[in-house]
Design a protein. Structure first.
Lengths: 134, 176
């Protein structure tokens, strides 16, 4: 009993360092008033990678830096910036890494071309088989 | 006829396994490098983060002297660990500016009192805005800025003893 209480206490204790004591950024956890703008911001945030946590989007992460990124995304959307502009701004700083949105580029085009090619080959084989049977 | 054709799928498969093996054996870089290296410092003007040092603005970097720009925070343990190396860099003539990320003035003051203050100026970046504009993805990071305000080098993570000569050399290259 005592051991399990100690365990629970240990699990609930927060580490002393490694997290700042500042309040979250203004729009880290607050939605925009305009639902259309919020939807736009939300869609963008779900496809931006949290740089501290690396396998979460900034929409999913509770890291303070992700909160700061969400706040910046919302403020910029509210100021009338387009999601693509914001994504480009971040990609200019962090590279493709920051974006989860698939992008056709010099390095990624085979990923899009190969499935198409395979489908064409499969169609050709099917065509020949069905053709020869008749 | 065409017996060699039977081997094509196996060869393709082996090729794939080989490629996967080679790529998996490569160690993955843990760092997200900034694409801003080689570019002009983005515009910023930050209030002072500590009582006895001025704040920091991008305009300060047009004075012709290269400097180190250290991104740190009082709540960050590796930042405390690199304090000793920053002190050595300052002793050897490096001018160091700091940007404190998400930090309260009292916490910054306590941190500097405990680990030393090698900074010429310290700006407070409360919403990580300048950090994002610099393409920095964590604390601590250290940038080398040349005399015209261009970023010439990025060091990611805490500075250890072996990094001191590298940073001094990069400062030299930037025109110190």
């Amino acid at each position: 009993m005592r051991a399990s209480l100690a365990l629970i206490a240990a699990l609930l204790a927060t580490p002393l360092a490694g997290q700042d004591s500042m309040p979250p950024a203004p729009y880290a956890y607050r939605q925009l008033e305009d639902p259309a703008q919020e939807a736009k911001a939300r869609e963008l945030m779900e496809t931006l990678r949290c740089l501290k946590c690396q396998s979460q989007s900034i929409a999913d992460s509770d890291a303070p830096m992700a909160g700061d990124m969400r706040s910046q995304v919302r403020i910029r959307i509210a100021a009338g910036e387009e999601p693509d502009q914001i994504r480009r701004w971040l990609r200019e700083r962090y590279g493709d890494y920051v974006s989860y949105k698939p992008e056709v580029s010099a390095a990624t085009w085979p990923l899009f071309a190969i499935p198409l090619l395979l489908m064409l080959v499969a169609a050709a084989i099917l065509w020949r088989r069905i053709g020869t049977r008749r | 006829m065409n017996r060699w054709r039977l081997w094509v799928p196996l060869l393709l498969f082996l090729g794939f396994v080989g490629l996967a093996g080679v790529m998996l054996a490569k160690p993955k870089s843990e760092f997200v490098e900034s694409r801003m290296v080689g570019q002009e410092l983005p515009y910023f003007a930050l209030r002072p983060a500590a009582p006895d040092r001025p704040g920091l603005a991008s305009a300060d970097y047009k004075e012709g002297q290269p400097r180190l720009l250290n991104i740190f925070a009082s709540w960050c343990l590796p930042c405390a660990a690199e304090a000793e190396q920053l002190r050595r860099l300052a002793e050897q003539g490096a001018v160091i500016d700091g940007i404190a990320i998400r930090d309260k003035p009292a916490d910054v003051a306590a941190f500097l009192a405990r680990y030393g203050n090698p900074y010429r100026a310290i700006g407070a970046d409360d919403l990580s805005e300048v950090q994002l504009a610099l393409g920095s993805s964590g604390v601590p990071e250290t940038f080398v800025i040349d005399g015209r305000g261009r970023i010439t080098y990025q060091h990611i993570g805490d500075i250890r003893a072996e990094h001191v000569p590298i940073l001094l050399e990069k400062l030299e290259e930037a025109g110190a």
